[in-house]
Design a protein around this ligand. Structure first.
Ligand code: NDP
Length: 330
């Protein structure tokens, strides 16, 4: 079996040198253990946080330890009656081609319900993050203006589509013309802005949000958020989901301080971690699956081919090479 371990903690932007691939021999599964063969691996921005030593909501990866994360796998050999060889499962065993996993850490997937990769995206953490981060924190109402940053990413495109389903006017911010076009042409976003080619994002947002911004779903932070804050409406709700623009900074970012806007407009700013909603996951998955089957909610993925592409696929998240959920086919 091959596995990718953290060789050193990244300083600033991670590079391939921060990782090392190792080959190991796995024993046969003992009682209660399952030997799985990975089919798809998830690479996610939050993993950057775990590569640092700093205290966060999940413990840091250990140096020399496997890079942990979500995966879809097939059971090869089972030491537990509830799993049979051939079963497709999801688990959190990370960047490995094969793994020995306690049965209680695996969940069976029914590939007849949706493509099996959906458990890493729309019907997994991605979809749930979009669903609860938007609905629970922002309480979207019909005709409200919703702005989403990181809009062509996995979470962002799901947020925008849910907001459309709920009758909102949706504006996405993303990093290329192709992404902007995809959001408006394929997903029905009302407007989308390429932040990389717009010289004045504040002005561009004011132009496409003439009624101001009622809801901001923030995946990126930094200057993009500064621009959004300048158009908040009274009673605005801001869901702080991610801050990818800041994850690789070695020194904290000092930007315009716009909490006066929050004060004047009595805005609500709330951060959340999706595991906070664990008790409500079944409700979220049920609704997401229903919208998906009704054809109202699409999901898009970018698939890197081969286990040896895992690190590059992860690094690509920071240059925005992905449209939708980035995964790796092992
Ligand atoms: P994405 O699929 O959105 O991938 C990351 C995207 O971020 C890239 O495609 C890129 O798109 C954009 N990006 C990268 N660097 C920058 C930058 N400096 N400024 C602006 N945009 C940038 O990833 P996910 O959907 O998995 O995650 C989205 C966000 O949600 C992340 O911040 C993540 O940490 C967070 N998250 C939070 C969770 C929670 O529980 N709170 C759970 C899951 C995710 P572009 O081309 O547009 O630049």
């Amino acid at each position: 079996a091959s596995r990718i371990v953290l060789a050193s903690r990244p300083k600033g932007k991670p590079t391939a040198e921060n990782f090392r691939t190792e080959t190991i021999l796995l024993p046969a599964p003992g009682p209660g253990e399952i030997l799985v063969k990975a089919l798809y691996l998830s690479v996610d921005p939050y993993m950057r946080g775990r590569m640092s030593e700093a205290k966060s909501y999940v413990p840091p990866y250990e140096i020399g330890g496997v890079v942990g994360g979500g995966a879809v796998a097939e059971v090869v050999e089972s030491g537990d009656d509830s799993f049979q060889p051939g079963d497709v499962v999801s688990g959190q065993f990370g960047w490995q081609t094969h793994a020995l996993v306690p049965a209680k850490h695996l969940r069976k997937i029914d590939p007849s319900l949706a493509p099996m990769t959906a458990s890493l995206g729309l019907l997994g953490v991605t979809g749930l993050t979009a669903y609860f981060g938007l609905i629970d924190i922002c309480s979207p109402q019909p005709n409200e203006t919703v702005v989403v940053s990181g809009a062509a990413g996995a979470v962002g495109m799901t947020v925008g589509q849910i907001a459309k389903i709920l009758g909102c006017r949706v504006v996405g911010i993303a990093g290329s013309d192709e992404k902007v076009q995809y959001l408006t042409d394929k997903l029905g976003f009302d407007e989308a802005i390429n932040y990389k080619t717009t010289d004045n994002l504040t002005k561009a947002l004011k132009h496409v949000c003439p009624q101001g911004i009622d809801i901001y779903f923030d995946n990126v932070g930094g200057e993009i958020s500064d621009a959004v804050f300048r158009s908040l409406n009274t009673g605005a709700r801001i869901s702080v989901c991610g801050q990818i623009a800041l994850y690789n900074l070695e020194q904290p970012d000092v930007g315009p301080r716009l909490l006066t806007q929050v004060l004047i407009h009595r805005a609500l700013v709330k951060g959340f971690i999706i595991s906070d909603y664990a008790a409500r996951f079944p409700e979220g998955v049920k609704q997401l699956a229903k919208w998906y089957h009704d054809g109202q909610l699409k999901f898009e993925e970018t698939i890197a081919e081969g286990f040896d592409q895992t690190v590059d696929a992860f690094l690509d998240l920071f240059s925005g090479a992905n449209l939708g959920k980035q995964i790796v086919r092992v």
